[in-house]
Design a protein around this ligand. Sequence first.
Ligand SMILES: C[S@@+](CC[C@H](N)C(=O)[O-])C[C@H]1O[C@@H](n2cnc3c(N)ncnc32)[C@H](O)[C@@H]1O
Length: 259
Amino acid sequence: MLILIDTEENNIILRDQKKDTENLKDLGHISLYSKESFELLNELQIKVGWQLRYPYTASWLGFQLLQIPPDAMRMQEIIYKLRPDIIIETGVAHGGSSIFMASICKLTGIGHVIGVEKGLLCRERIESHDLSEYITLIEGDSISKETVDHVYRLCRRTDRVLLILDSCHRKSHVLAELEAYHHLIRPGFMIIVQDGNMEVLASAPRGDPSWTVDNPQEAVKEFIAHHPEFVIDQTDLLFDIDGIGRNITYHTSGFLRRI
Ligand SMILES: C[S@@+](CC[C@H](N)C(=O)[O-])C[C@H]1O[C@@H](n2cnc3c(N)ncnc32)[C@H](O)[C@@H]1O
């Protein structure tokens, strides 16, 4: 598609770019200062930013955090609102998200992070940190019986759990994680399935065509088809004066709430 941004007329013209460039078909006009334009430009910005590895640039208290800042802010809002007893995160990487969530737990006075990671390189750094009492690390494959049993042993029946899936992003893996851990989620609580935007990234130079179907969003679709007790709850912006509705996120269709 050809996207023409006209900053004189303040609109965006979308054109179907056939091989015959003389014969471009207009698909429509969007006002530059509209919600539709915001979504379109954000999608492009996310794709270009991913190509340039922008999501790898963030940190929290010196730990690399593999989230774009709007998603980290969103996570904070959800933790503050739900006040979970336990936050389970699969995929710890450099520890930034564990330390980030532990900080929010300390500030809100409630919550403990269980971080599951198959290649735990940051254990020493986390376990010697001031926030270590808020974090339990488990090393292992997030869908192995041993790991799943370990996580369940650490959660009491009464615990209010927030689940964050950010390990392997293949459809089969995410689906297996959802099936393994969803029993821990009580009504009103959430699962955040990360990186549902891989479908969009598939056509970027650093992408892979297989991502159009092999991605977390596809796992979510299949999961909710069999679990009507979960709904996608993407639009819960706390302050949204102009009705933007959608936040800037990598986690397309990834905010699941148990009804
Ligand atoms: C995207 S990174 C996690 C980023 C982290 N949550 C953050 O926000 O900073 C994904 C991590 O998942 C881990 N991982 C991949 N497959 C896994 C599996 N089967 N079980 C557990 N961890 C896995 C990888 O080693 C990697 O460190």
